[in-house]
Design a protein around this ligand. Structure first.
Ligand SMILES: CC(C)(COP(=O)(O)OP(=O)(O)OC[C@H]1O[C@@H](n2cnc3c(N)ncnc32)[C@H](O)[C@@H]1OP(=O)(O)O)[C@@H](O)C(=O)NCCC(=O)NCCS
Length: 151
């Protein structure tokens, strides 16, 4: 664990700090738009789901990073897969082990619920993030993410 950094589950009072972090993330991901009201709705929804968690990294008494994890059933693996999203560390805290601490906590949360796989998506142009995931043992796949809006 990075020195002075703790990872805990998110609380309602973290919402503003988390939407600020998500704005940093969505600013570099062309597929997503920054809208604090929408992000707040998503965070609240996550908080109601039994198979999901918001993980928050805290240092010097403030929120410095986050990720979210949700379980789905996988026919390919015959078990639960844990999908990791919303991985972001505050700009001034990057490169100090916070991201690793969050993903270690995400893995522990998923293993604790019987998940047999971690999975995530990354923007193909986000080379620093791809290097980060390489370091953490994630292998690239040939899958392409497709989406269709229903609203
Ligand atoms: C990607 C991100 C979450 C990494 O978090 P971080 O706290 O900076 O990463 P850490 O300091 O924990 O680094 C963990 C490991 O990844 C490596 N790593 C991190 N950033 C890297 C980079 N830009 N290039 C190469 N390696 C990198 C580190 O060297 C480290 O390796 P080690 O522990 O084996 O020495 C963070 O940089 C970030 O928030 N980026 C902007 C948002 C983003 O792109 N999120 C991912 C969306 S898919």
């Amino acid at each position: 664990m990075a020195e002075g950094v703790t990872v805990r589950e998110g609380r309602a009072e973290d919402t503003q700090a988390l939407t600020t972090l998500l704005a940093q993330l969505f600013a570099i991901e062309a597929d997503f738009a920054i809208d604090p009201a929408v992000q707040t709705r998503g965070l609240r929804l996550l908080g109601t789901r039994p198979d999901a968690v918001i993980l928050v990294a805290e240092a010097e008494g403030r929120v410095v990073g986050m990720c979210t994890v949700q379980l789905t059933a996988s026919t390919a693996r015959g078990g639960l897969s844990a999908g990791i999203e919303d991985v972001v560390v505050d700009q001034v805290w990057r490169g100090r082990g916070v991201g690793r601490a969050l993903l270690v906590a995400a893995e522990a949360w998923a293993r604790g619920r019987g998940a047999v796989r971690l999975a995530l998506l990354a923007d193909e142009t986000n080379l620093p993030a791809l290097d980060f995931y390489d370091r953490l043992g994630f292998a690239r796949t040939r899958l392409v993410w497709l989406a269709k809006a229903l609203d």
